[in-house]
Design a binder for this molecule. Structure first.
Ligand SMILES: Cc1cc2nc3c(=O)[nH]c(=O)nc-3n(C[C@H](O)[C@H](O)[C@H](O)COP(=O)(O)OP(=O)(O)OC[C@H]3O[C@@H](n4cnc5c(N)ncnc54)[C@H](O)[C@@H]3O)c2cc1C
Length: 457
């Protein structure tokens, strides 16, 4: 095909559940490409010599190569090309913020729509599943050297994947009764169906990885206990699960919930009724997931308060689009200043209008309150979803150095903490980030753990 012909092909659209259907359930909203659509979309790729998509991908997936194979009908080979660098393509293809990563680097995005790289990657996985193919290569023969992994989120999963492939015996401990960390108790099933996560764990188990849910390290057993049980190294992948508070009066009233706590409860199956009128605070993925979840749980009047403008919202564009389609309004340039209540229960939220002030080097402007612009909103619930920090149960009884923000202090090259046999990766090092970034860091940590165990670190 001539480059001009490729340029003329428009970005292909994925099927989506109609709004009136999807807001009544947690079914996956976006469907996959069929073969014809996938090949047409793959034809749009210009096979750049210096591919910006690879640079944008935290895992450096060989995107042009898998797209080339896909359009030549070599779907299985294309899948294994991705799998070489990605420990969880089924998950990343669905939840990575592609526009900020691979698709953000796609040259076609400069003058139009980038290639739908995420959807193409998803097509490969869907094809493998539909054709009953194994999603993981066999693991190496076990060496009888034990590594403990604390946390079953993307960091823990990725570390186990790489260590098991190197022949180390891994055991993953998680305090929750379910596996997957924020993939399962954060990201809602309408974006990431649970059978996708289960398939990854089944594959890990088939590689000999032992998985023990319902055990809190630091409470049920300590890091030292793990060492005494023969684990020669530990990876901490405990994430960032502690909700940041707004720090305004009234935050202890009934009706105030915090973003990841609310999502965790709903995702663990609690039938929460938080009332009809719900105000969510924040502009990231978590705020949007909270608002869309509240709608599906029966709240009818849900809106978001965000202190900047749409341009500055850190959430993925596709998520903002889905949110608006589902009828959630965003009140821009507004922030809560006090939560008012009666008899211990929230009744009204006092807010203030903001304007954008000085901008930093990156062009992000500081929101400044406009004096005297206060206004009231009546609400049944308010859910701040403004960030999370790291909880520190795991290292109870052990001194591990921390950074100023409470993340683990690690050697940036090796991911080793101040205790030589303990490594850390993911949100507990980076702060709240993304699945692919957590997975990439865990891959580096797994390499360092192997080097440490072999006496090379
Ligand atoms: C609502 C929401 C939506 C998101 N959407 C996206 C998205 O669309 N795309 C994207 O790329 N990223 C998204 N993220 C971010 C992404 O989920 C995280 O960056 C990623 O999960 C971090 O992985 P992790 O393994 O470091 O930690 P986590 O996934 O947080 O896993 C940590 C695990 O450690 C366990 N744990 C903690 N302490 C202990 C202990 N003491 N003992 C035993 N177990 C313990 C926890 O129970 C948890 O299961 C989202 C996050 C949230 C909250």
């Amino acid at each position: 095909m001539k480059p001009k012909e490729r340029m003329a092909i428009p970005r292909q659209k994925a099927p989506e559940l109609p709004v009136e259907v999807r807001i009544k359930n947690f079914d996956e909203v976006t469907g996959g490409f069929d073969e014809k659509t996938a090949v047409t979309e793959a034809e749009r790729c210009l096979q750049c010599k210096k591919p910006g998509c690879v640079q944008g991908c935290p895992l450096s997936n060989n995107i042009p190569e898998f797209i080339r194979l896909l359009r030549e009908g070599e779907v299985e080979k294309a899948y294994w090309t991705v799998r070489e660098t990605s420990p969880m393509p089924a998950i990343c293809s669905r939840v990575c913020p592609h526009e900020m990563q691979c698709e953000g680097g796609c040259i076609r995005g400069k003058k139009g729509d980038p290639v739908a790289i995420g959807m193409l990657e998803r097509y490969l996985v869907d094809w493998m599943v539909a054709n009953n193919k194994n999603l993981m290569t066999p693991c190496a023969m076990p060496k009888n050297r034990k590594v403990a992994i604390v946390g079953s989120g993307p960091a823990g999963m990725a570390a186990a994947y790489y260590l098991a492939h190197d022949g180390y015996s891994c055991t993953i401990f998680d305090s929750l009764p379910v596996l997957g960390g924020m993939l399962t108790v954060g990201i809602p099933p309408y974006r990431l169906p649970r059978d996708i996560i289960k398939a990854e764990f089944d594959a890990l188990k088939s590689c000999g990885v032992e998985i023990i849910p319902g055990v809190t390290i630091g409470e049920d057993k300590s890091l030292q206990d793990l060492k005494d049980e023969g684990f020669e190294a530990v990876l901490l992948g405990v994430g960032a699960h502690v909700s940041r508070k707004l720090g305004i009066p009234g935050e202890d009233l009934e009706g105030v919930l915090h973003g990841v706590d609310y999502l965790r409860k709903v995702n663990l199956g609690e039938k929460l009724d938080i009332g009809k009128r719900v105000v969510v605070v924040g502009g990231g993925n978590v705020a949007i997931d909270v608002a869309r979840t509240a709608l599906r749980m029966g709240s009818t009047d849900v809106f978001i308060l965000y202190r900047r403008t749409k341009k500055e919202m850190p959430a993925a564009q596709a998520e903002i689009h889905h949110l608006e389609e589902e009828g959630v309004n965003i009140e821009f340039l507004a922030a809560p200043v006090e939560i008012h209540g009666e008899n211990g229960k929230l009744t009204k939220i006092e807010c203030i209008r903001m304007e954008l002030g000085e901008c930093d080097m990156s062009g992000r402007c500081r929101p400044v309150p406009i004096e005297g612009s206060n206004f009231m909103i009546e609400a049944d619930a308010i859910i701040p979803a403004i960030s999370q920090s790291v909880g520190h149960t795991a290292e109870q009884g052990m001194e591990i150095e921390l950074e100023k923000w409470g993340t683990y202090k690690v050697n940036p090259d090796t991911l080793q903490t101040s205790v030589p046999w303990i490594f850390a990766a993911g949100d507990d090092v980076l702060g709240p980030q993304t699945v692919a970034k957590a997975a990439f860091q865990a891959k580096q940590a797994a390499k360092s753990i192997a080097a440490y165990l072999e006496g090379n670190l």
